[in-house]
Design a protein around this ligand. Structure first.
Ligand code: GLN
Length: 184
């Protein structure tokens, strides 16, 4: 199958995702405006500041195109926030790609950022999860399956071809999560 992997590149750690793709021999396309999405089969939404994307992506209709994107999407940290249906703190609407409610900055401020080993459903070993002003998953629908855990807390979910992770797999020096995503 011919794949074109887009990485939302308005703001945030999109470069880290492009580097992981590079390790896999895949060249990602930077998505900055709505035209860039043409022909994209898989979309990655990086970590960053969701309130910034909420403003900037409105300009040329990019926001609406993102809402309508039908292919596989992986959102990491900020990406998981934007993909959600309900965003808390402050209350906002996400793209509604996953029947999910998330609370922004739920572990505290930047200084409370941390890394810890957690479990991912498709891996038979623990995976280092980096949380940077991360959100928490508050609620998800019956059609949504948990995919990642830190202890008992769900840190990633999947629904059809949409995958939302509250941590940053792009910062763990591993291609395993991206490989799984490209297989969706
Ligand atoms: N705190 C950011 C937000 O709410 C997310 C942080 C991140 O992506 N590392 O948008």
């Amino acid at each position: 199958m011919n794949r074109t992997i887009g990485v939302l590149a308005i703001q945030g750690d999109f470069q880290a995702h492009l580097e992981v793709l590079g390790l896999m021999g895949v060249t990602g396309r930077e998505i900055r405006n709505s035209g860039d999405l043409e022909g994209v089969t898989h979309l990655i939404v990086p970590g960053g500041e969701s309130t910034t994307i909420q403003k900037i992506a409105q300009f040329d209709g990019l926001w609406d195109k993102l809402v309508d994107f039908q292919g596989p999407v992986m959102g990491t940290c900020m990406g998981s926030i934007l993909m959600a249906r309900t965003i808390l703190s402050p209350d906002a609407r996400g793209w509604g790609m996953i029947n999910l409610a998330v609370q922004r900055n739920a572990y505290g401020r930047q200084i409370n950022s941390f890394a810890a080993r957690g479990k991912i459903a498709f891996l038979d070993h623990e995976f280092e999860m980096v949380f940077i002003r991360a959100p928490k998953i508050i609620k998800y629908g019956d059609d949504v399956k948990p995919l990642a855990w830190l202890g008992n807390e769900v840190t990633g979910v999947i629904s059809g071809n949409k995958m939302a992770l509250t941590f940053h797999p792009e910062l763990s020096g591993s291609t395993l999560v991206h490989e799984y995503f490209l297989g969706l």
